[in-house]
Design a protein around this ligand. Structure first.
Ligand code: UGA
Length: 442
């Protein structure tokens, strides 16, 4: 089975190398010639744990091209992994998807299965099939939805060992043919119709986003009423009906998926005259949470003019250099507007930040240099280097040791007696003689 993947972005590239690793015949096409040249030389154009090694292993087995004739003419399956960015109104922009359709229609005369992996509004696969039916011989292309659930930082593991594989097709033959791509994958298959498959993707991402906004609100309330949000998350999450994951309060969700997919589903519902109230609230809560660290900074410094702020972590989460919708960007812009002097450190995203926002901050090569003489420290990303940083060094290096930890990297007690004023998310030193502990039954 010859598989061509359109789009060498996150989803396309990771899917390609993982399928090639599992012995599939993969061609990856992207219009970006510099990206394709890098890949041909064996270099990864994106930052992802384990990707360089897998790419090296794929070697000659996987081919890369910018030429649609080469990519599409002989393909048995074409996978669309092109971007679907959001428009101003929150709706998904499908221009790249339909550009790919036009190329496939021109260059794949024999027809094939078209698999849509990009996150697309419900009903898009039907539209794509109608496009092929009206621009080529009807029935020549059969379109199947196969949404992607990989997360940045764990993308390879998520793809090689997925929790589930969702296939949405118009008929059993199409579903079965696409299922064969995943022969040998140890996973649960959900085979369904196309619209349901498309909805599973949005419903999954939006539910995770909702879980995060929910726990962020609970954490904010914990701060007011004097409860410990981390123990609340644990106490809730041990109930298997709730689950422990995506209950970490923080600075709000970012990245290229949750912000876009919550807005897109909200838009889609509105388009059909239905209001998704939970998702609307999820979005609103996140907008406020993203700037919460700035608001906290104002609590300590009414006037931020000339205040030296050390920002540790820029990426929207650890394990990536991605700054899309990263809370750090909003917070730093607000700090700069108020005249603060912002210094930053990030082990992966520093160069990208400097390129996208030149002159906004002073990027420091080490945590020490970032903290040296600072009046305030904001922790925006829970990088391992920050978690393992000695709490005593904040007091030693900073001019005024106030640390606002947006990711709960330290226990509140870690700073006891250090002279550091430590403020975190939904936690405070609780006035109780009972130490929180988990006792497993023997
Ligand atoms: C997300 C989903 O997790 C993937 O399943 C999905 O395939 C992907 O979107 C996509 O649609 O392509 P990703 O955006 O890479 O993956 O990142 P996540 O690890 O899910 O984190 C998203 C945001 O939520 C981050 O800003 C993270 O810091 C935040 N988060 C996550 C929390 O604030 N608390 C948590 O408990 C978990």
């Amino acid at each position: 089975m010859r598989i061509t993947i359109a789009g060498a972005g996150y989803v396309g590239l990771i899917t390609g190398v993982c399928l090639s690793h599992r012995g599939r015949d993969i061609t990856l096409i992207d219009p970006d010639a510099s990206k394709i040249a890098l890949l041909r030389e064996g270099h990864a154009p994106i930052f992802e744990n384990g990707l360089p090694k897998l790419l090296e292993e794929c070697g000659e087995k996987m081919s890369f091209t910018t030429d649609p004739q080469k990519a599409y003419a002989r393909a048995d399956v074409i996978v669309f992994a092109v971007p679907t960015p959001d428009r101003r109104d929150g709706s998904a922009n499908l221009a790249y998807l339909f550009e790919a359709c036009a190329q496939v229609a021109s260059f794949c005369e024999k027809g094939c299965f078209v698999v849509v992996k990009s996150t697309v509004p419900v009903g898009t696969c039907d539209k794509v099939e109608r496009y092929f039916d009206s621009n080529t011989r009807p029935g020549l292309f059969r379109v199947v939805s196969n949404p992607e659930f990989l997360a940045q930082g764990t993308a390879i593991e998520d793809t090689l060992r997925p929790a589930r594989i969702v296939i949405g097709a118009g008929d059993d033959n199409a579903a079965q043919s696409v299922r064969e791509i995943y022969d040998g994958f140890d996973s649960t298959f959900v085979i369904t119709d196309r619209r349901t498959a498309e909805m599973i993707k949005y419903a999954s991402n939006d539910f995770l986003a909702l879980k995060i906004s929910y726990i962020n609100e609970i954490a904010n309330l914990c701060e007011i009423v004097g409860a410990d949000s981390e123990t609340v998350s644990l106490g809730m999450g041990l109930d298997p009906r709730i689950g422990l994951r995506y209950l970490r309060p923080g600075t709000g969700y970012g990245g290229s998926c949750f912000p876009k997919d919550t807005k897109a589903l909200h838009w889609l519902a509105r388009y059909h005259d239905y209001e998704l109230k939970t998702i609307k609230a999820t979005i609103e809560v996140n907008e406020t949470q993203k700037i919460r660290l700035f608001k906290k900074a104002k609590k300590y410094y009414k006037d931020l003019q000339g205040v030296i702020v050390a920002v540790l972590g820029l990426a929207f989460k650890p394990g990536t250099d991605d700054l899309r919708e990263a809370p750090s960007v909003d917070v730093i812009q607000l700090l700069a507007e108020e005249g603060a002097v912002v210094r930053t450190w990030d082990p992966a995203a520093a160069a990208r930040f400097a390129q996208q926002y030149p002159d906004l901050v002073l990027a420091c090569p080490t945590v020490e240099e970032t903290l040296g003489g600072a009046d305030l420290c904001l922790i925006m990303t829970e990088w391992d280097e920050i978690i393992s940083y000695d709490p005593n060094d904040f007091a030693r290096l900073m001019h005024t040791p106030i640390v606002i930890d947006g990711r709960n990297c330290y226990t509140p007690g870690a700073f006891t007696g250090s002279g550091v004023l430590y403020d975190s998310v939904g936690r405070q030193v609780v006035n109780s003689e009972v130490m929180t502990r988990i006792e497993a039954c023997s």
